[in-house]
Design a protein around this ligand. Structure first.
Ligand code: ZN
Length: 329
């Protein structure tokens, strides 16, 4: 791969990580805020319970005061009664006194009722305070965890930004500009692989001739003729799987003690590469190809024969198993 292209691929991977870090960082104040809102709701409950206690106490004081003023009026009425001259005045005062006595009586009943409601209000206040204290501990813990996470993310971000500078320095400015423009304008995908003629950015196909140029060139950077993204050749995962399947089969044949092996594959590429008709160019395939050739040397003869897909059910299943067990699959 062209060293500048390699740098561009790396640059995009770094930018993806930077974008992910920034998204996480942006979310942190919201998390702290929601923790604080939670605590606030506990504080509100305490304030409400506190208000209920104070209201009971105020009613208690008001009732006491009313009792005192009514008793004062009662004393005055009784004083006056001792001084009256006529029966009419006496009777009027008697009825007033009886009324005031009745008032004092019901006020005292009310005072008793209020007094009895106080412990329940105070108990609720104590409970709400207890809940708040527990929540406070949890919220403080969560907030400091969020903040530590924020600091960790910030640190990683700074490291990545420095790393980015180093990688970006390896890319010439026209390519860097194109990269920046496409990364921003094309949903964070400026550099993408082309797999079996198809640009993985826009899903359009290049001509076979151009695809071979892209695949085989070490000194040119190509862009997609449809979407303009920077493209690089990437071996199709199924080709890797074909080779992994071949290795698996050869390994088993060795265990069985076979001396001659006939490999039946629906991969024309593998068959033609094995016979030497096609060159193996991709480093990942090259490595697997080398391993398979080495494994083949332990037999007297290994023949690889191509059949059409569907005539090859057993090998296809092996290839699928290889795909499932492949790292990153
Ligand atoms: Zn494209």
């Amino acid at each position: 791969m062209h060293p500048e292209l390699r740098a561009l691929v790396e640059l995009q991977a770094i930018d993806d990580r930077i974008a992910a870090l920034k998204r996480e960082l942006v979310a942190i104040p919201g998390r702290v805020e929601s923790e604080n809102r939670l605590l606030k709701s506990f504080e509100d409950s305490v304030a409400e319970a506190q208000k209920a206690v104070e209201s009971v106490k105020k009613r208690q004081r008001d009732t006491e005061r009313e009792i005192q003023s009514t008793e004062q009026k009662l004393r005055e009425a009784r004083g006056k009664q001792a001084l009256v001259k006529t029966n009419d005045e006496f009777r009027a005062l008697s009825s007033e006194i009886a009324q005031l006595e009745g008032q004092v009586g019901s006020l005292e009943d009310a005072a008793l009722e209020i007094m009895e409601s106080l412990p329940a209000a105070e108990k609720r206040l104590a409970e709400e305070k207890g809940e708040m204290d527990r929540a406070k501990g949890q919220v403080q813990g969560a907030v400091s965890r969020h903040k530590a996470e924020g600091e960790r993310l910030e640190k990683s971000l700074q490291t990545l930004l420095i790393e980015r500078q180093t990688v970006a320095a390896a890319v010439s400015s026209p390519w860097q500009e194109r990269y920046e423009r496409f990364y921003k304008g094309r949903g964070g995908l400026a550099v993408c692989p082309i797999i079996e003629q198809t640009c993985q950015g826009c899903r359009m196909s290049e001509t076979l001739q151009r695809f071979f140029e892209i695949r085989d060139s070490e000194d040119t950077i190509f862009t997609c003729s449809n979407c303009g993204r920077i493209i690089f050749y990437k071996v199709a995962t199924n080709n890797v799987a074909e080779y992994q399947g071949l290795l698996l089969g050869l390994g088993q044949a060795l265990e069985f003690g076979a001396s001659e092996v006939e490999v039946v594959t629906d991969s024309e590429l593998l068959a033609r590469q094995w016979s030497g008709e096609y060159r193996v160019r991709h480093p990942e395939l090259k490595e697997l190809y080398g391993k398979a050739k080495e494994a083949a040397r332990r037999f007297e003869r290994v023949v690889v024969r191509h059949v059409r897909r569907g005539e090859n059910v057993a090998a296809d299943a092996a290839a699928n198993r290889a795909i499932d067990s492949a790292p990153g699959a």
